[in-house]
Design a protein around this ligand. Sequence first.
Ligand code: NAI
Length: 333
Amino acid sequence: MRIAVFSTKPYDREYLTAANDARLHELHFLEPRLNCETAPLAHGFPAVCAFVNDVLDAETLAVLHAGGTRAIALRSAGFNHVHLPTAARLGLRVMRVPAYSPYAVAEHTVGLILTLTRRLHKAYVRVREGNFSLDGLLGFDLHGRTVGVVGTGKIGAIVARIMHGFGCRLLCHDRVENPECVALGAKYVPLDELLAGADIITLHCPLMPETHHMISAAALANMQRGAMLINTSRGALVETKAVIGALKHGQLGSLGLDVYEEEGDLFFEDLSRQVIQDDVFSRLLTFPNVMITAHQAFFTREALDAISRQTIANVTAFERGETLVNQVSAPAS
Ligand code: NAI
């Protein structure tokens, strides 16, 4: 099947080409992000492959459909960027990669926690400049601290397991309890109780209408003063302006982000020779206790290999008329 692959980076080309070694599909790599203006590039392609910051809103889906597209293969787990009711109305089949390497994201999450706990981001720069002073680098032991895990699915459960290994206490919040976390001694509590009781709060639930801005000004005020917040899930779980206020007043002690609610115009591109136009993001960069990575948590060899193979398998299943086990559908209204 002919597949138009949007938002292609060199690593996507390499891993998708390798995954298509049986040459079942004809891959057309396109660099632009998918949106309603670039969607005509997919004209005549029955399948489109999209990534996390592609815009699959109602308008884009209509253009794709009019151009003959019938299947959308997301090379991501999250599908919050697809307007599923429109996809359903148009008969577009949307597939995702529900699990590729939860370890990649969980380990990156722990990397952010350790960086902030021990100020490694400051130490790296300092030592390279010949400044070997320890002033301002004072950290704290993770052992004995309480970690709050919001969303204990595949990634959250691994984070819980790793933090348990550090000797942390675990508070968890989810719609369903994960027996793996319960077996670690985690206590499931309402979100308010988790926010109030945790030294470190890490978000691993999907972005949905009910989780949008779950970390609001009120939620931040409910946290322990000086708590650490980590978000490697989706940017809009966190109300960024409220977080900036909490950082300014010391209510939030540190912040680790791999995702940002307006990341679409920034992440995955080299903008180092441009002036960043996003003032909210620029303000975040000024805090010494903020560590940001640009949606990198998934980015391991193992994850890219698994994403690419599953994406190709999803399109193959569609082409053969098989049951689409990785199809995502709009919730029944
Ligand atoms: P998963 O589906 O295995 O787990 C999500 C968990 O969140 C489930 O247990 C679910 O019950 C829970 N949940 C749903 N609504 C909730 C709510 N209102 N409050 C608390 N918990 C709730 O998903 P997985 O694989 O663990 O991924 C989690 C998120 O990580 C994804 O939604 C995605 O947005 C993000 N992600 C980020 C990546 C990155 O590179 N930064 C890469 C892959 C995923």
